[in-house]
Design a protein around this ligand. Structure first.
Ligand code: XUL
Ligand code: CO
Length: 441
């Protein structure tokens, strides 16, 4: 088959001194960090939609990038060309996973039976490529937000017919996920939310979303899906309010509806920041609840209030994210680059540059997070900060539940006033981080 990305070689590690834009400076797949290869710590994935479909169209102008890959857009020939392009792209970058929505893979027809037949055909072709290359599917999902029928949501739609249609898409997307051996299946509730409470029965809608998710679990397990289901939280955009606001909200929802055994979270950096959190906050909340599954690696723009889906560039954030991920023992899922080139970065070379940036940024984050852990001062500070619960009689009693308000009040009376709880040392700790990031190792 003809090469699509002509003139772009397989991307190699050349080290931090390299000035070659088409080389890794920090991502050295076989380098061992904390006992594991970088490639094992960082199962990177390509997002079908941004990389092979998005052409830079925005609200003010048409596309700038040509993603036709030599075929007529909207045809099955183009869908196959996207498969060719995607596999060549992943092979050249050493990316071992990909993620997709149903409608990223094939053009959607008016009749779902036609779309489903197209999905069968394209997934046969993808499977062939997967066998040839060893590249795997990280997760699949159904796009239940793009088509106008989903204007009021999918599982949360006011229309039972639309709910049924969403269910049909989930069923087929699960079939294809299982066929491709996907590790996970994602629910991103793009339109599961509301524009105004004035027309919305929130309780009814949330119960219906849970019904759809239960059906997905039942069906998925019945066809042999052993992976994790994921909710991908996002607070808003396109809806004014989305029900899966952030990690804490999604975890509460999963527990309330008895879905927490089958679901974990897919945390996207730019969604966490839209919710008013840091990326590492939502990773920590997921991890301490045993629900850190996978991540959508990207970054937003602090000056813009929407999801800009930029390639990760911020090494501090990548470091703090990798710190959380290493502490949690790694991901069962992977690192999906839910990121797109800026509109003026429209060349094939820019597509590679985006992934090289993202992979290098996370490689740096991994190395720096490992150094922070090995340095040990952050951990030691935390240990000392809560030491009073281990070292004092009253602390031990509180932890073991062997006290009550009356005893604690009597203790306080005797004490008169407690000593101040000790410095938070934020500036000291931040300087330790800078020392580890930029000091001599
Ligand atoms: C949208 C978004 C989606 C999900 C999958 O903000 O992140 O692409 O990752 O539906
Ligand atoms: Co995403």
């Amino acid at each position: 088959m003809a090469e699509i990305f002509k003139g772009i070689p397989a991307i190699k590690y050349e080290g931090p001194e390299s000035k070659n834009p088409l080389a890794f400076k920090f991502y050295d797949a076989d380098k061992v960090v904390m006992g594991k290869k970088m490639s094992e710590h960082l199962p990177f994935a390509m997002a079908w939609w941004h990389n092979l479909c998005a052409n830079g169209t925005d609200m003010f102008g048409r596309g700038t990038a040509d993603k036709s890959f030599g075929q007529v857009p909207g045809t099955m020939e183009q869908a196959r060309a996207k498969v060719d392009a995607g596999f060549e792209f992943m092979q050249k970058l050493g990316i071992r996973y990909f993620c997709w929505h149903d409608v990223d893979l094939v053009p959607e027809a008016d009749d779902i039976k036609v779309t489903n037949a197209r999905l069968d055909e394209i997934s046969d072709y993808m499977l062939e490529k997967m066998k040839q290359t060893g590249i795997k599917c990280l997760w699949g999902t159904a796009n239940m937000f793009g088509n106008p029928r989903f204007m009021n949501g999918a599982g949360s739609s006011n229309s039972a017919d639309v709910f049924a249609f969403a269910a049909a898409q989930v069923k087929k997307a699960l079939d294809i996920t299982v066929k491709l051996g996907g590790r996970g299946y994602v629910f991103w509730g793009g339109r599961e939310g509301y524009e105004t409470l004035l027309n919305t029965d929130v309780k009814f809608e949330q119960e219906n979303i849970a019904r759809l998710m239960h059906m997905a679990v039942d069906y998925g397990r019945s066809i042999g899906f052993k992976g994790d289901f994921y909710i991908e939280p996002k607070p808003k955009e396109p809806m004014k309010h989305q029900y899966d606001f952030d990690a804490a909200t999604a975890i509460g929802f999963l527990r309330q509806y008895g879905l927490d055994k089958d679901f974990k979270l897919n945390i996207e950096a730019n969604h966490a920041t839209l919710a008013g959190h840091t990326f590492e906050h939502d990773l920590r909340i997921s991890a301490i609840n045993g629900m850190l599954g996978s991540i959508d690696a990207n970054q937003g723009d602090a000056h813009l209030g929407w999801d800009t889906d930029e390639f990760p560039f911020d090494v501090y954030t990548a470091t703090m994210a990798m710190y959380e991920i290493l502490k949690a023992g790694g991901l069962t899922g992977g690192f999906n680059f839910d990121a797109k080139n800026r509109r003026p970065s429209y060349t094939y070379e820019d597509m590679f540059a985006g992934y090289i940036l993202g992979m290098d940024t996370f490689a740096l984050g991994l190395v720096k997070a490992a150094a922070l852990i090995e340095d040990g001062r952050l951990d030691k500070n935390i240990e000392e900060r809560y030491a009073s619960y281990r070292n004092s009689e009253i602390g031990k009693k509180i932890l073991s539940g062997k006290t009550d308000l009356a005893e604690l009040a009597a203790y306080a009376d005797k004490l008169g006033a407690p000593a101040l709880p000790g410095s938070g040392k934020q500036e000291v700790l931040q300087n330790i981080v800078n020392g580890v990031l930029y000091g001599k190792q």
